[in-house]
Design a protein around this ligand. Structure first.
Ligand code: DX5
Ligand code: ZN
Length: 217
């Protein structure tokens, strides 16, 4: 059966303490880390790239790292991210002409494949390449910034995928926290990204546990 996994996004953490904040999340029960990579082109914001991920990996040896690649040329960063110690490479299909090639290249570099779509992209687009992916990410905000409002209408995509692909890992990202997790769980998401709701929580461990318990049910 599918595992409920909670992957906090460190985007809205104090990035001058990236290692400390990441280790704290793992100590508080995070199942993996969701690392938001933005290139200022695919999305109107900049974060960090493979050099930073590589440094983090040197300090955190065993956690599962997912990079959420909000970039225009995802094929360009596959080798550097694999070298940096990334476990799963999740990329947006919107700017990519040959999604299959990108999926294959990620696998060749020993990483799991995640395929992501923005709120405006129909689920049929991601369905075309689902057999090549280990996970589908349904964005529940426009990618680019943390702290935005959860888009409940995206749950029809999650529900559709869960109905048709019962064993697929389905991730949601954007505006997910204690007040929206029920919705995601009911629709069938099992991998949960949560940024500001976890980072800003007075009790991180309790918040992570609440998210996981709601998904497991
Ligand atoms: C948005 C990022 C998300 C975001 C999550 O572009 O992909 O991972 O930081 O943060 P919250 O949970 O605050 O929406
Ligand atoms: Zn993300």
């Amino acid at each position: 059966s599918l595992k409920a996994l909670i992957g906090p996004s460190i985007l809205n953490a104090d990035l001058s303490k990236l290692y400390e904040e990441s280790q704290k999340l793992l100590d508080n029960g995070a199942d993996y880390l969701h690392l938001d990579v933005m290139d200022g082109h695919f999305v109107p914001n900049l974060t960090f790239g493979h050099p930073v991920v590589k440094c983090l990996r040197k300090k955190i040896k065993d956690a599962f790292f997912e990079t959420h690649m909000m970039v225009s040329k995802p094929e360009q960063w596959i080798a550097p991210m694999a070298d940096a110690g990334v476990n799963q490479y999740t990329f947006h299909i919107e700017p990519v002409t040959n999604v299959e090639d990108v999926c294959r290249k990620i696998k060749e570099h020993g990483m799991k494949v995640g395929v992501a779509i923005k709120p405006g992209t129909p689920v049929s687009e991601v369905e075309k390449c689902i057999s090549l992916a280990d996970m589908v990410l349904i964005m529940t905000v426009e990618p680019g910034f943390g702290g935005q409002k959860f888009m409940e209408d995206q749950m029809t995509k999650v529900r559709y995928l869960r109905d048709h692909y019962p064993t697929m890992d389905i991730e949601v990202d954007g505006g997910v926290g204690p007040s929206t997790i029920e919705c995601c769980a009911t629709a069938g998401a099992n991998m949960i990204v949560s940024g500001t709701a976890v980072i800003g929580a007075p009790d991180q461990a309790a918040t992570i546990k609440l998210l996981r318990d709601t998904v497991v049910q």
